[in-house]
Structure formats: C-alpha cells, structure tokens
Design a protein around this ligand. Structure first.
Ligand code: AHM
Ligand code: MG
Length: 331
C-alpha cells in the first residue's frame, strides 16, 4: 500500500496549493466525501429497498415514510454540509429556492444530489454533481440570490460522484482533474485516476437520438456527420447514450467523445441545468483539456439569471465540441 494515496491525504496535500490555511475548504470536501459514502450505501441497496423492503411512499417499520432516494441524497448532503459550518448557502435541484445556512460561512454550493434518478429502478449508474463558489456578499450577512448567480468561471471547485460498477469521486479545484475510487470494504476513496485528460478527438457521440427530428439543422447535420462512413477520420463514430449524465460524461471523459443535450422544439432551452449540471461538468472538462458550450458560447461564461435555468449542452473532446458549434453557427 506504499504508493497508495487516499482522498483524505490528497485533500490535506492540496490545502496549501489552495491557500486554504484555515482548512475550511478541506472541511467542505470532507463533508461531500462523507455524504457520498452514505448515499453510495443506499444506492447499492436500492433494488432491495423497492422490491423487497417496500417502495418509496410506503411506511417503514418505525412508521416513518420512506424517502425516495433523490430526496434521501439531498438530505444527506445538506446535513453533512450544514454540520461543517463553512457553507453559507446551498442550492439544490431538489429545492425550489436556495437555503441560507451559516452567515459566517465563506462558500456556497450548487448541487444535483442524485442525477439520473429515473435510472435507479433499472440498476443503471447515477451520480451526484456539485459546484462550489465563494460568496459575493459580505461574511456575516445572510446569502442572497447574487451569491448563487455567478458565472461558471468563478467556480473554485466542482466535481461529481458516480455510483457505478465502482463508485468514484472526480473533482477539480482549477488545478487539473483527479479521480478517486471507493473501496467499500474499508470505506476509503483512493486516488486511482491522477491528472485526468480527455482525448482531444474522441469517437463516441452521446445524444438522445429519439429527439433528433426536434433538433435544429446544425445538430442534425452533426449527428449525420458522426454516422457518416469515412475511414480517414475513423467514422462512423460509436453511439453511446445511457441517459444518465454523470455516467455518459464520465465514459466520454476517459475514452474521448461528446455528450449533447441540445435545444429541441419541446424544450427550446434544452433540459439540463446551468448551475448544478452544466457548469461543474464544464469546469471539469476544461481542466481535463476539453470544452463545453451551449452551441454558441462557452458554458462557463453564461451569466446566470435563475437558480434552475436550463441551457443546451455540448460537452467533451475539443474537436467534437468545435465541430458541432461550427455547424450550429452556420444554421
Ligand atoms: P434529472 O435531473 O431529472 O435526473 O434529468 C437529467 C437527466 C440526465 O442525467 C440525462 O443525461 C438526461 O436527463 C436524459 O434525458 P432524456 O431522457 O430526455 O434523454
Ligand atoms: Mg439532474
């Protein structure tokens, strides 16, 4: 075990790089680490919960209402974050409005505590996504909307947890991307993927192609391009779509590829949320050498106007995001 580094050790090492002399930021990451372990445990027994122990909406043996897993995950992350007192506010996909916490905390967090939760019943990988900022309003006051409506370029950290065939935590503080794999036997994350880089040109495209006739001309042309046979550019590309953002993103980050959730005629702003789905993954992909755009603009430069705002999302290998962007701009 000589050369093996745990997430705990890694966080302490990074503390100095991050000017975190008070250890506040480390404490925040530890809260996320802790909550992810609790959620991981529940996700692993999700099949038992619904089919054997009774489904959500029923009462458990103590007469308590069983929570759906996404609500459970939300509560776990909130509980862990509140406990550390370094957070002044939380925005979550599960809450209509932001939650003010400790007025003396320095950090705000935007999160999707359990993304892709429609996949739980069919045993497909799901994830947690988070994005961290420093507050704008002065310490000591209650947080306001402007603390959350910051551009992605102002993120100080972002990451995701994938609850998959193994559970991983991947994050960046703007100094590269590192991935940690969870050993459930001893309850520890180990550094397994140091300094992750996305291949500049991938061969996987990920889109819900059932919606293709509701997409704009540029997106249609790009999908046709992906399927076109051309030995020189190694096309056709491979189509892979799990329908679980973290899982699709994670695979493409490692293998090279593009994930797309474009605007459609039904959803002119796309489906995914800027603050806690797109911005954090954009930060990670850029730190890994890739790109993220809404088809026209860099995701992280979009000025947010609403906590739950949606944006079209194209994320992955640089040349692929550029290519679809070129076709969209020619529409
Ligand atoms: P959710 O936040 O309601 O779980 O929705 C987000 C999910 C993503 O994980 C996934 O990429 C996308 O929705 C799939 O949408 P669709 O079924 O329209 O392809
Ligand atoms: Mg979501």
């Amino acid at each position: 075990m000589e050369n093996v580094k745990t997430l705990g050790e890694f966080i302490i090492e990074q503390q100095s790089d991050f000017s975190d002399s008070t250890g506040e930021f480390s404490s925040l990451l530890s809260a996320i680490r802790l909550a992810s372990k609790v959620v991981n445990q529940q996700v692993n027994k999700a099949g038992l919960m619904s089919h054997i122990l009774g489904s959500a909406g029923e009462q458990n043996i103590q007469g308590e209402e069983q929570q759906k897993l996404d609500v459970f995950a939300n509560n776990q992350f909130i509980k862990a974050l509140v406990g550390r007192r370094v957070i002044c506010g939380i925005a979550s996909e599960e809450n209509d409005d932001y939650i003010p916490i400790n007025n003396n905390g320095r950090y705000i967090i935007a999160m999707d505590p359990l993304d892709g939760s429609s996949n739980i019943d069919v045993n497909v990988s799901i994830g947690t996504i988070f994005s961290i900022y420093q507050r704008i309003t002065p310490i000591g006051q209650q947080v306001r909307a402007e603390d959350f409506l910051q551009k992605g370029t102002r993120q100080v950290a972002a990451g995701y947890v994938i609850y998959g065939s193994s559970t991983m935590l991947v994050y960046t503080t703007g100094n590269g991307v590192n991935g940690f794999t969870y050993d459930p036997g001893i309850g520890v994350y180990f550094l397994s993927h140091p300094d992750m880089k996305i291949p500049a040109a991938g061969k996987i495209y990920s889109i819900n192609e059932g919606n293709i006739n509701k997409c704009s001309a540029g997106v249609k042309q790009y999908v046709e391009y992906c399927k076109h046979v051309d030995a020189a550019t190694k096309r056709p590309y491979t189509g892979r779509y799990i329908g679980s953002l973290v899982a699709d993103f994670h695979r493409n980050l490692i293998k090279g590829g593009i994930y797309m959730y474009p605007a459609t005629t039904d959803a002119p702003k796309g489906k995914l949320r800027l603050l806690y789905e797109c911005n954090p993954l954009a930060f990670i992909v850029e730190q890994a050498g890739g790109k993220a755009s809404d088809g026209h603009r860099r995701i992280m430069e979009i000025e947010p106007t609403d906590l739950h705002q949606r944006v079209p999302f194209f994320v992955g290998s640089q040349s692929m995001v550029d290519k679809v962007g070129d076709l969209i701009s020619q529409e």
